[in-house]
Design a binder for this molecule. Structure first.
Ligand SMILES: N=[N+]=NCCCCNC(=O)[C@@H]1[C@H]2[C@H](O)[C@@H](O)[C@H](O)[C@@H](CO)[C@@H]12
Length: 444
């Protein structure tokens, strides 16, 4: 019996800086990840996205892989700096032309484009004006989005405004592990707010220019007490507010969790009613990027949360050190039905990195990824049966790519990429996913 309905959206996901390469080709303006990756010490093995998977040149071949998988949708991001090299103002027609050719080639194959407007690669020219802490940044983003809405309004009907605002605010502006590498609580709090304003402005613009669906993609991660102790439960609740409810409550409830003012202290701005009303903008769907859960223990010395996350047992971990916990996907999906009015949800990313072996006779055997995907797909099917309005599932990722600060050392792809030749090789999980799609989940 098919576990998923006819018309269910089956896809894979990628992002521009992680797969394209050629970051400065054809007049493109550099992004903050170009600068961050070229700054020694930021990326494992000193890698950059200069080459990545050379998707900029090999995009037709990669669309062939999508066709081989049988997906009916492909989620990818547009590099803002290719389209607007200075981040605003003059349009770079060559840069925009690449995405027009990509979209047209997808449509010719019957694959629906799902475009992410922003997947972390802010043009450096805008960072030089303060980047996301600049109060003008929501307007910069809305103006950029309008260029794309007008260019693709007739052909693209699924849009994601911003990928993982929490990672942008926290890893990029609080912990400094991602571009632009800041460690400033006040900046992180304001960046989070400006990203929500930017999302709202783009949704409002799309209401006048487009006739499809638009949403935001959030990384969501259940926070469980490491031990049955009150202190651990309180620490897990604090971290749930910090990781999950920061953006969920803002979008759906027009309020920030009260814990954030306690966590950020004086660095947390005093948002008024108007500011909170302006971020009350869930859009047409919520994208859920799900990977794992956290096991949280109280740690008063671990400021500002007073919490630490315990590493999972090795035998239950991916190559990223994240726990394999498919039950958490069902838990996250249930939040939308129980707390937020059961909106349309898409699983916009789900996948895992494992120490895949090299190809043998043109195939990479990755049984662990098949187990991971099967268990998470089963959790998704159960959530759907329980009444969650789940419209689609995207595997992260189509192919091994630039895994941010980890460089190319972590492989998430359904296709293995030879780092010398960039040849793509199917993994057995690609064949598994193809069978899931072909049977609407009956093989699970
Ligand atoms: N501890 N822990 N936490 C679990 C997840 C932390 C947040 N990172 C993500 O969700 C990123 C998302 C990103 O969109 C993509 O560009 C990345 O390649 C994948 C894989 O890393 C995921």
């Amino acid at each position: 019996m098919s576990a998923f309905p006819e018309g269910f959206c089956w896809g894979v996901a990628t992002s521009a800086y992680q797969i394209e390469g050629s970051p400065l080709a054809d007049g493109a303006g550099p992004s903050i990840w170009h600068r961050f990756a070229h700054t020694p010490g930021h990326i494992a093995d000193g890698e950059t996205g200069n080459i990545a998977c050379n998707h900029y040149q090999r995009y037709l071949e990669d669309i062939g892989l999508l066709h081989e998988l049988g997906v009916n949708a492909y989620r990818f991001s547009i590099a803002w700096g290719r389209v607007l090299p200075e981040g605003r103002g003059a349009i770079n027609r060559k840069g925009l032309g690449f995405y027009q050719r990509l979209v047209d080639a997808l449509l010719e194959r019957g694959i629906s484009p799902v475009i992410t407007l922003y997947h972390w690669d802010l043009p450096m020219a805008l960072q030089d004006r303060g980047g996301w802490i600049n109060p003008d940044s929501p307007q910069w983003f809305a103006d950029y989005a309008e260029v794309l809405f007008r260019t693709f309004a007739d052909r693209v009907t699924s849009w994601i405004t911003i990928n993982e605002p929490w990672v942008i605010a926290v890893l990029g502006h609080l912990e400094g592990r991602h571009a632009p590498g800041w460690r400033d609580p006040s900046a992180a709090a304001r960046v989070g707010h400006h990203l929500l304003l930017a999302h709202a402005a783009a949704v409002a613009s799309y209401r006048t220019l487009g006739h499809g669906q638009i949403g935001i993609a959030l990384n969501l991660e259940p926070q469980h007490p490491a031990y049955p102790k009150a202190a651990d439960l309180l620490a897990a609740q604090r971290r749930d507010a910090f990781v999950n409810r920061w953006f969920l409550d803002a979008l759906f409830l027009a309020s920030y969790p009260i814990e954030l003012a306690q966590i950020f202290g004086p660095a947390w701005p005093k948002f008024g009613a108007v500011a909170l009303d302006q971020i009350h903008y869930p859009g047409d769907f919520i994208g859920v990027n799900y990977y794992t859960r956290a096991r949280v223990a109280a740690a008063p010395e671990a400021k500002p949360l007073g919490a630490i996350c315990l590493p999972p047992p090795r035998e239950k971990s991916t190559a990223m050190g994240w726990e394999i916990y498919p039950e958490g996907l069902g838990e996250v999906l249930g939040w939308f039905k129980e707390r937020y009015g059961n909106p349309r949800v898409l699983i916009t990313e789900n996948g895992a990195a494992f120490a895949d072996p090299a190809p043998c006779a043109g195939l990479v055997l990755d049984p662990q990824r098949i187990v991971y995907l099967r268990s998470h797909l089963r959790a998704a099917a159960q959530a759907l049966a329980a009444g969650v309005d789940l419209g689609g599932y995207f595997v992260w990722s189509l192919m091994d790519n630039f895994e941010w600060a980890e460089g190319y050392s972590k492989r998430f792809g359904l296709y293995w990429v030879d780092r010398q030749t960039l040849q793509r090789y199917p993994k057995s999980s690609a064949h598994f996913y193809r069978s899931v799609i072909a049977t609407q989940g009956a093989v699970l």
